[in-house]
Design a protein around this ligand. Structure first.
Ligand code: SF4
Length: 309
């Protein structure tokens, strides 16, 4: 399986099968906190980065085993709406496996394009992110493609929320000293008032990011900012799910590699995701470290493993 990963235990979505539609790493942004590393191809070009038919064939193969999933999520190592086949894949999922909740995690930078908004209409939940309102802070945190304008992105988000019938959860990633100033928080409040969203969730660094100077925000600070911003604003919780789901790969080593190729994981993350005892996962990790295939870094939640780049 080249385009699916997990299922992984998501803090917000439960047991989630991931779909990765872009090669490492193609995105419209190059966020300083990105857990997938630096963006190699900073682009606004929409195209079929991986064959749509291949993604659908992998989904058919895995979903026909009737896995117990809470969500099928477009995420992975880049911006999924850059893929021109995302609408076709969502439509296929809703036609053939309507029992599954289809979720799109997006940076929201292309929602000003009517065709992108139209392609997401059949999803059940869309989770756009918005990390700044001011143009200069947007550029400092998200380091966008030079043709993007944050005011245009925000207008696209407002329009999408008006048109979309499903749920929208807005995510705001906070970086101490950058987008948590009183001025920027007041700007966020003004934008929130214009958005018809179901939830607004605050997040902070959880895994090692692209830039080592980015620090996590203490939970008590996140809670204080959430309280300041309003009743509908919450802080993303810690993972609680430990239900195991059969992985789509029989080969444990390959499955571990496929998972940490997309994003760094702790031993606990992998153990929960693969339904294996931590000791067993640890044995695989020890061998792969000894062979130089993967590396480890200490982060806020413990030791994270990722494929060597
Ligand atoms: S965090 Fe998301 S939007 Fe930002 S660079 Fe990484 S993949 Fe792109």
């Amino acid at each position: 399986m080249k385009h699916l990963f997990g299922p992984v235990p998501s803090r917000r979505l439960g047991i989630s099968l991931g779909i990765d539609l872009t090669p490492q790493k193609v995105c419209t942004l190059n966020c300083v906190y990105c857990e997938c590393g630096k963006t190699d191809h900073l682009t606004l070009e929409r195209k079929e980065y991986v064959p749509t038919a291949e993604v659908i064939a992998e989904l058919e193969k895995y979903l026909s085993t009737t896995p117990d999933l809470d969500a099928i999520t477009f995420s992975g190592s880049g911006e999924p709406t850059l893929h021109s086949g995302i609408g076709e894949i969502i439509a296929w999922l809703k036609e053939h496996y309507p029992q599954h909740r289809v979720v799109v995690l997006t940076n929201g930078t292309l929602l000003w394009q009517p065709e992108v908004r139209a392609e997401l209409m059949q999803a059940d939940l869309v989770v756009p992110s918005l990390d700044a309102v001011s143009e200069d802070i947007f550029r400092q945190i998200n380091r966008p493609n030079k043709h993007l304008s944050n005011s245009e992105i925000i207008e696209g988000l407002v329009t999408f929320c008006e048109e979309f019938d499903g749920e929208v959860w807005l995510e705001v990633f906070l970086i101490p000293g950058l987008n948590d100033t009183p001025e920027e928080l007041a700007c966020f409040r003004e934008v929130f008032d214009r958005l018809r969203v179901d939830r607004i969730q605050l997040n902070s660094l959880d895994r090692p990011g692209a830039m080592s100077w980015v620090q996590p925000m203490p939970r008590e600070n996140l809670m204080a900012i959430a309280a300041l911003l309003g009743d509908e604003v919450e802080v993303i919780g810690k993972p609680v799910l430990r239900r195991s789901v059969a992985s789509f790969s029989e080969n444990t080593r390959e499955t571990i590699l496929a998972t940490i190729r997309v994003r760094p994981c702790t031993l606990d993350d992998l153990s929960a995701s693969l339904g294996l005892h931590a000791l067993d996962v640890g044995k695989y990790l020890d061998v792969m470290i000894a062979e130089g295939e993967i590396e480890q870094h200490r982060g806020e939640r413990g030791v994270f493993y990722q494929v060597k780049r």
